[in-house]
Design a protein around this ligand. Structure first.
Ligand code: PGA
Length: 270
């Protein structure tokens, strides 16, 4: 896993947006997996800026969001569809028909989840999946104990997640108890993952995800099995990582390689 430690939320957001923008430019028909929550918000703002000021073109981009609350209409102020419209889609030139968020009001959930997986397949799979992480180490709504092979399905939210998300609703009683979420197995099939984390509340989850054992108790740790994951975290979220110095060294080498300065990485002549 590539680990990039940035100073703060704005620099995490800019770095993450650069990865997304590079892909969008290189392959304008890419399939992006998108996430909701407070962490990717700065990245979305930066992408909107790049669209407005640099002409970053989303017209042929296809997106699939990770999850949606069960029971909320797409127009509900706390629905993830509404969040995506307000935070990104309404401000860029994406074709609404190419944006997918699970339907929290589907009548037949099993069929809907199966159909969601099928749509991802038919689109050619996800090229880059953006991920936040819960304080309990969840990715999407794959709560601790979720099968690491799980597919898109209904999931009961834990008391911790309900508490974390109550801040967006009037009270904890109003937080939906169920969500439709891509599974860990679905996420692992994307070609590249971009994991974002900011703040002290994520430090333990990040430590366990990157340096702990792979376990269904920290579903993000399954990313260790993926061949191409980039974690972009701020100093606070990185504070418990033991191998920080090594991660920095890898990034220094990476920048030299990208700048064509491999000679600086070779042993000096004796
Ligand atoms: P956050 O949520 O970005 O709002 O912290 C992340 C998550 O719970 O997956």
């Amino acid at each position: 896993m590539r680990v990039i430690v940035e100073r703060d939320f704005p620099s995490v957001s800019r770095t993450a947006a650069r990865f997304v923008a590079r892909l969008v430019r290189e392959r304008p028909t890419s399939v992006l997996g998108l996430a909701t929550g407070s962490t990717p918000l700065g990245m979305y703002q930066e992408l909107i800026r790049m669209h407005r000021e640099e002409g970053l073109d989303f017209s042929r981009i296809v997106t699939f969001n990770l999850d949606e609350y069960v029971g909320l209409a797409p127009t509900h102020p706390q629905s993830y569809r509404r969040f995506m419209q307000q935070s990104l889609f309404d401000h860029i030139n994406i074709d609404g028909r190419n944006t997918h968020v699970p339907d929290g009001r589907a009548l037949d959930f099993e069929a809907h989840c199966e159909q969601y997986e099928k749509l991802i397949d038919e689109a050619g799979g996800i090229d880059l999946q953006v991920l936040g992480i819960g304080a309990d180490g969840h990715i999407a709504f794959n709560e601790p104990g979720s099968s690491l092979g799980s597919r898109t399905r209904l999931k009961s939210l834990t008391a911790e997640t309900l508490r974390d998300n109550a801040r967006f609703f009037g009270s904890i009683e109003e937080v939906p108890r169920l969500a439709i979420t891509m599974g860990v197995g679905t996420i692992l099939e994307s070609r590249q993952c971009l994991l974002l984390a900011c703040g002290q509340a994520k430090a333990r989850a990040i430590k366990e995800t990157i340096e702990g054992p792979v376990t269904a108790q920290i579903t993000a740790s399954a990313l260790q099995l993926h061949r191409d994951v980039i974690a972009v975290v701020d100093e606070e979220a990185a504070q418990l990582l033991e191998r920080r110095e090594y991660y920095r060294e890898v990034e220094r080498a990476q920048s030299l390689l990208e700048a064509g300065e491999i000679s600086k990485l070779l042993p000096h002549k004796s």
